[in-house]
Design a protein. Structure first.
Length: 216
């Protein structure tokens, strides 16, 4: 039986109004799941709650058998440094550094080494000495993904990671992410508007009318 890496129970959250209520969610090692739904439904907010950055109004989140919102801030930081990988639609790289220096930032913090085979799979190995500002948007996004995966996280949270990529590059990125979770007994949670990317995941959930529903 696969190890449960992420579990949410009865999550509710809102701002001026309730975004979602009574959300239950489980993600096991080697599994991938996509959350889809219309803009404004709360997908990114839910992702922030599951990935340690926003405490829910109600409910609990367990990551790697640890109750997230009972941990001290230093313990949360340790999870973010070693166990969690977060990929955004916008890459947030250091523009004055080279691609290699950007990836090195993550590996120095986590104590891991850069995997040349990962750079090859992402088709950026020959670009690593280039300054970030000299790379295209798609190349920069792949560098940001290399930075995340190089620290070897157990759970990857991805918020529209292929939203600014062409179809071929988006497929390449998804290939790498799905291969990674199999190789490292990790898990992937993806928020996306891209139905083709969602269809490649083991599970698809729709966030609508304040509830998270799994597509059967």
């Amino acid at each position: 039986m696969s190890q449960t890496l992420l579990e949410a129970k009865e999550i509710s959250h809102g701002f001026e109004y309730t975004l979602f209520d009574d959300v239950n969610f489980v993600l096991n090692a080697t599994e991938s799941a996509a959350i889809v739904g219309r803009s404004g439904s709360g997908k990114s907010t839910l992702l922030h709650i599951l990935s340690t950055f926003l405490k829910p109004d109600k409910g609990s989140v367990k990551l790697l058998d640890k109750e997230l919102y009972r941990l001290k801030e230093g313990e949360l930081e340790e999870l973010r440094r070693y166990e969690i990988g977060i990929i955004f639609q916008f890459h947030y790289l250091f523009k004055g550094m080279s691609a290699m220096e950007n990836v090195n930032v993550a590996t120095m913090l986590s104590g891991e080494e850069i995997d040349d085979s990962l750079l090859e799979k992402l088709e950026i190995k020959e670009l690593m000495e280039h300054k970030i500002g000299d790379l295209s948007g798609g190349q920069q996004q792949r560098v940001s993904i290399a930075r995340v995966l190089s620290k070897k996280p157990r759970v990857i949270f991805a918020d529209e990671p292929t939203g600014n990529l062409d179809k071929e590059t988006a497929k390449l990125v998804m290939d790498v992410l799905l291969a990674y979770i199999q190789q490292h007994q990790a898990a992937l949670l993806l928020v996306t508007h891209d139905s083709e990317m969602a269809a490649r995941c083991n599970k698809i959930y729709t966030l609508e009318e304040r509830h998270l529903k799994e597509s059967l």
